[in-house]
Design a binder for this molecule. Structure first.
Ligand code: SAH
Length: 253
């Protein structure tokens, strides 16, 4: 059987208990070497076969899975954060389905949650934004025409931009082109959220690129933007003394 597992954003104790248990019983671990914390491999059995998928093609990854399955072994495919975001899991799962190899998926803490924690931020502030747009800037990998960063930026919602720190100048331009953010809209960059070398840079959309260049951040970072990083918001209805909920009678009754 193959277990897809989310490794979490970096800190080894941010993997789920289920993910850790699977690593402990795996006969083979194929980990996304560029971003998964190697400390997690310390959970592996002494005789566990370990592969770094950063140096492999999809075909090579699938070949290892096939061989392990044929030998009745347990494979863990360890992806950074949660496998459901930019994890390239679908192309693996479709082949496993076609070949009748069973698998399951254990979620992990995505780096966008790790970044919010690093910033002590809430992405969904009442009256500011109730929507989080998770996206990337097009680069060598295209994005669908309707999802160009500038058009997504037109919503003025909370924006979390993956895989784009190397294109930060274009990101800044696209965010402003959208028309809803101004040069003063707050923004931030989180480098290696939850790793010991984590770094946060707070800036505005207008100073985003220069701030990233000044900090020397070139990879493994998320760009976030939106009013959620500002000062103004309304408190939530849920804890408002006047508001009645299923569990609590409010003073408005
Ligand atoms: N599945 C992963 C994302 C993989 S795509 C997840 O859920 O987080 C890889 C991109 O994720 C990186 O280019 C970077 O933008 C972001 N990323 C991954 N780990 C990160 C971390 N610890 N801190 C900041 N960004 C991170």
């Amino acid at each position: 059987m193959v277990h897809f597992v989310g490794a979490g954003p970096g800190a080894p104790d941010l993997i789920t208990r289920r993910g850790a248990a699977l690593l402990q019983k795996a006969d083979c671990i194929i980990y996304a070497g560029s971003l998964v914390n190697p400390a997690l491999l310390g959970l592996a059995k002494a005789d566990c076969a370990i592969y770094n998928s950063a140096e492999m093609t999809l075909e090579q990854v699938l070949d290892v899975m096939r061989q392990m399955e044929a030998a009745g072994k347990i494979t863990v495919r360890l992806h950074t954060g949660d496998p459901c975001l930019y994890g390239a899991i679908r192309e693996q799962m479709d082949v496993l389905d076609a070949e009748g190899i069973p698998y399951d998926d254990t979620p992990g803490v995505s780096s966008f949650c790790g970044a919010a924690a690093a910033l002590n931020a809430e992405y969904t502030l009442p009256t500011v934004s109730q929507t989080v747009i998770i996206t990337r800037m097009e680069g060598r990998t295209p994005v669908p025409e309707k999802e160009k960063l500038a058009s997504l930026a037109a919503h003025g919602a909370t924006m979390v931009i993956f895989l784009s720190i190397g294109l930060v100048d274009k990101v800044q331009q696209a965010l402003l082109e959208g028309g809803a953010y101004t040069p003063d809209t707050p923004a931030a960059v989180v480098y290696k959220a939850t790793w010991p070398e984590e770094k946060t840079v707070r800036c505005t959309v207008g100073t985003l690129a220069e701030s990233v260049h000044a900090a020397g951040i070139t990879k493994t970072a998320l760009i976030v933007a939106g009013g959620f990083l500002g000062r103004n918001y309304e408190r939530s209805k849920l804890y408002d003394p006047a508001f009645t909920t299923e569990f609590r009678k409010g003073t408005d009754q």
